[in-house]
Structure formats: structure tokens, C-alpha cells
Design a protein around this ligand. Structure first.
Ligand SMILES: NC(=O)c1ccc[n+]([C@@H]2O[C@H](COP(=O)([O-])OP(=O)(O)OC[C@H]3O[C@@H](n4cnc5c(N)ncnc54)[C@H](OP(=O)(O)O)[C@@H]3O)[C@@H](O)[C@H]2O)c1
Length: 267
């Protein structure tokens, strides 16, 4: 989902882009990563490949680690060998959600889930292997190129008169096209490091669902539930909005603006 928007954002800013599918480049296959990166001779490698099934990772944590950590190490190492920087996209799920306020870069991660732990391992491995790294944590992604909460709500809204959504998880829903633009700008700065980059503002999944139906003009009632009642396999942080501690950080538009742009793009 993010990868497709990144290709578009990079091409729009006149970067020459080599984009690969999973069949062309499996990040868990070191030789295939080395081959593709060596041939492309890039200045920067952006790793958008990930095991993203948060509940699935509880059942098969090694599979998540293989892609999100071992794969990240392979990509970072191939970038080093090519003299390129690497950008690893990470997540708000590296935090436990107990801070009670937006998380900044210097806050201590403490993942609750196997997915969060695998992404934190990917951050650590990427930064250990390639000194020229950008680690960018974002959150609650939605975009037109993949499955996501907003698309699911709009599909449900066509068939159902009401949906039930959790109200006790708060975060910053981030539109992938906005994040992609931010990532390209970051790479152009050459300022390596760890950054938080998510949409402005925050809301619960419940608030997000209400806004999706309102802004899309869909008549579907949203009922609220709790994380405990829903009983999903993976624990999720209660509050994981991201903020940045850097005065000159790249800021993304508010999540409501992201939702507007997403709905316009779908139309
Ligand atoms: N979605 C979110 O809410 C969210 C929030 C914060 C951060 N992130 C992070 O943002 C990044 C992009 O997420 P996304 O939502 O765009 O994810 P996505 O749509 O699930 O894309 C991940 C891609 O990685 C591919 N992939 C999986 N295993 C691979 C492998 N071994 N080698 C090569 N490619 C492989 C997947 O292919 P298949 O489809 O064939 O599996 C898929 O195309 C990820 O790092 C994710 O952890 C996501």
C-alpha cells in the first residue's frame, strides 16, 4: 500500500525509481536483495516490505521476525554494499500505549505484540547494519493501494446499516500519499536518524469510522465497543499517537485532511 504511493511521490519529484514486487525481490533472500540492489545502483533504498498481519504475528512470530527483522537486515546490508542509504518504515505499535500523551522519538519503546516486537527488531537491525539510515515510525496507515480500515468501513457501509468499532484505542490515522511525500522529502534532506511521521491530530477507531461515513456521505450507524470485548489475538496500545521532538521536523497534514484526500482519490 505505502510502496505504491512512494513510487508515485518519488517520480513526481523527479527521482529515478526502481520498484520491485515480492516475486522480484524477497527480502528474506539475501542473494536476491543483493542482486536487485546492486543492479539498480540506488542512492537510497526504501524498505516498504513487511509482515503486517498484526494478529497473524501472534500465531507465527518467527514469520514476522523473518520479514520485519531478518529481511530488514538484508535490505540494510545490500544498501551498504551499494553505498546507499536505507529507510525503514516502522510503527506506533513499538510503544505500549501507557504514556498517556503523544510519543516522541526519545520515548522508550515497549512493544505489546509480536508484530511490534518484530518491527522494533527491524529498527535495531537496520540502524546497526547501515549507518546511513532513516527509521520512520508512522501509524494507522490508509491509502487507495491496499486493504485498510477505511476501505473496510466503506465496504461494510455499502452492505450493513451499522458497524461496531473499538473506542478505547487512540492514534493518528495517516494517509499513505501524505506519508510518501514526507518520506521523499526526508530522504532529500540527508539527515539520518529516527523520526516520527504521522498525520496531525488524533482520534479513536470509533471516531475515525464516524468521520469516514460522514465525509463519504454513507448512511451507516457506528456502535462502539472495547478492546476487551472485541478480544483480538494481538494486544494493541491504548494510546499511540505520534509526535516529534524536532523543531524542524517534516509535518504531515491532519488526519481529517488525509481522509478528504483519500476519499477524493477513491472517487
Ligand atoms: N498498515 C499500517 O497501519 C501501518 C502502520 C504503521 C507502520 N506500517 C508499516 O508501514 C510499512 C508499509 O505498510 P503497508 O500498510 O503498506 O503494508 P502492506 O500493504 O501489507 O505491504 C507490505 C508489502 O510487503 C510485501 N512482503 C511481505 N513479505 C515480503 C518479503 N518477504 N519480501 C518482499 N516483500 C514482502 C507484501 O507482499 P504480499 O502482499 O505478497 O504479502 C506487501 O506487498 C510496513 O513496514 C508496515 O510495518 C504500517
Amino acid at each position: 500500500m505505502l510502496g505504491r504511493d512512494l513510487v508515485r511521490a518519488a517520480e513526481l519529484t523527479n527521482h529515478e525509481v526502481t520498484a520491485t514486487t515480492r516475486a522480484e525481490l524477497d527480502v528474506t533472500d539475501r542473494a536476491s536483495v543483493d542482486r536487485v540492489v546492486e543492479r539498480a545502483r540506488p542512492d537510497a533504498v526504501i524498505n516498504c516490505a513487511a509482515y503486517t498481519d498484526v494478529d497473524g504475528a501472534e500465531r507465527e512470530p518467527e514469520a514476522a521476525l523473518r520479514v520485519n527483522a531478518d529481511g530488514a537486515r538484508n535490505v540494510a546490508a545490500a544498501a551498504v554494499a551499494a553505498g546507499a542509504s536505507v529507510l525503514y518504515v516502522s510503527t506506533d505499535y513499538v510503544f505500549d500505549g501507557r504514556k498517556g500523551g503523544p510519543y516522541v522519538e526519545s520515548d522508550e519503546p515497549n512493544p505489546l505484540s509480536s508484530y511490534g516486537a518484530s518491527k522494533l527488531a527491524g529498527e535495531v537491525d537496520t540502524s546497526a547494519v547501515n549507518p546511513q539510515h532513516y527509521i520512520v515510525r508512522s501509524s494507522w496507515l490508509f491509502g487507495t493501494a491496499g486493504r485498510n480500515f477505511a476501505a473496510t468501513m466503506l465496504d461494510l457501509g455499502e452492505r450493513e446499516s451499522q458497524v461496531v468499532v473499538v473506542r478505547d484505542q487512540v492514534g493518528s490515522p495517516t494517509y499513505t500519499a501524505h506519508l510518501a511525500e514526507g518520506l521523499v522529502r526526508l530522504i532529500d534532506t540527508g539527515a539520518f536518524g529516527l523520526y516520527h511521521m504521522a498525520a496531525g491530530g488524533q482520534c479513536s477507531w470509533y471516531d475515525f469510522a464516524v468521520a469516514i461515513f460522514e465525509q463519504a456521505g454513507v448512511d451507516c450507524r457506528v456502535l462502539s465497543t472495547t478492546t476487551e470485548e472485541l478480544g483480538r489475538p494481538a494486544p494493541r496500545p491504548e494510546y499511540s499517537a505520534l509526535a516529534t521532538q524536532y523543531a524542524d521536523a517534516i509535518h504531515l497534514p491532519d488526519w481529517t485532511e488525509g481522509l478528504d484526500d483519500y476519499l477524493a482519490e477513491r472517487r
